[in-house]
Design a protein around this ligand. Structure first.
Ligand code: DGL
Length: 279
């Protein structure tokens, strides 16, 4: 596949949420160039089938490759849960074995054992992420001694996207899901926020949890893991350009994207619209 020259690092999400991950990545590694793509026209992915999430994500990955990216981060938990493994194992060897696609689940699960004392971990995510059991499967491979319990929180993404996440109404939904999670396993002392949007609910989540419960927001873990990956793979690092730029793309209206992006990123952006289906 052409082109083979070095390119930006691709960061993909179903919409805005991956900006929380991009923000952490570019804070730690401002020297690289990044392309961010939000598939807003087809978001949310959280309640979509495996097949749809896989097809949409593969289209996005191919778009990044056509833009010269050699390394793509799926900053979306739902895409990481439902599409990453198939893309890595089935598609990449055919498309171009030299390119890489990484997700957000593993960088988070790698760190969880050092944080929990009770050995009981909770995962909050979209319906798709929780149904896929990806966090449980990944944690059981790395830390079989841990007990993992998931809870889907389908109302939390719309709360954030409708700017209700810091309003009193959000407390009801936050309390409801934390209560349900704790009812399933009262010994949980560490909770993974397995969705890009949930860091925006962090204050309320902390408020409704007993003191001492740890809450893992994944942005910094993904950023540290990427830095570690690039230091261990100099051949990939050489294929990532270092001009310190970020370009934003969306599959829906750029004006709306620019406005809502300010919730997730503390800066003004100027996104461009692209189409994925016609590639
Ligand atoms: N980005 C998605 C995730 O992290 C949340 C939004 C959606 O459902 O598309 O799972």
């Amino acid at each position: 596949m052409q082109p083979t020259a070095a390119g930006a690092i691709g960061v993909f999400d179903s919409g805005y949420g991956g900006l929380t991950v991009l923000s952490a990545i570019k804070t730690l590694m401002p020297q690289y160039d990044y392309l961010y793509l939000g598939d807003n026209a087809r978001a949310p992915y959280g309640s979509r089938s495996f097949d749809s999430v896989y097809r949409f994500t593969l289209e996005a990955v191919e778009w990044f490759f056509s833009r010269g990216c050699h390394l793509v981060i799926l900053a979306c938990n739902t895409a990481s849960a439902k599409a990453l493994r198939t893309i890595q194992q089935r598609d990449l060897p055919v498309i171009d074995p030299g390119r890489r696609v990484l997700g957000v689940i593993r960088p988070t699960t790698e760190r969880v054992a050092e944080l929990t004392r009770s050995g009981h971990v909770g995962v909050l995510g979209t319906e798709g992420t929780i149904q896929s059991r990806s966090y449980e499967i990944e944690i059981s491979k790395q830390h079989p001694q841990l007990t993992v319990t998931g809870e889907a929180c389908p109302m939390w993404v719309p709360l954030v996207e409708n700017r209700e996440h810091d309003k009193p109404g959000a407390d009801y939904f936050v309390r409801q899901h934390l209560k349900q999670l704790k009812a399933k396993d009262p010994l949980i002392d560490t909770i993974i926020l397995g969705c890009t949007h949930y860091p925006l609910l962090l204050d309320k989540i902390r408020h409704h949890l007993p003191a001492g419960t740890r809450v893992l927001s994944q942005g910094s873990y993904v950023a540290e893991s990427l830095e570690d990956y690039l230091s261990r793979h100099p051949e990939m690092d050489a294929k990532c350009t270092k001009g310190g730029t970020v370009r934003y793309y969306t599959t829906d209206a750029p004006d709306k994207f620019n406005q809502l992006a300010s919730l997730f990123l503390q800066e003004e952006i100027d996104a461009r619209q692209i189409k994925l289906e016609k590639l």
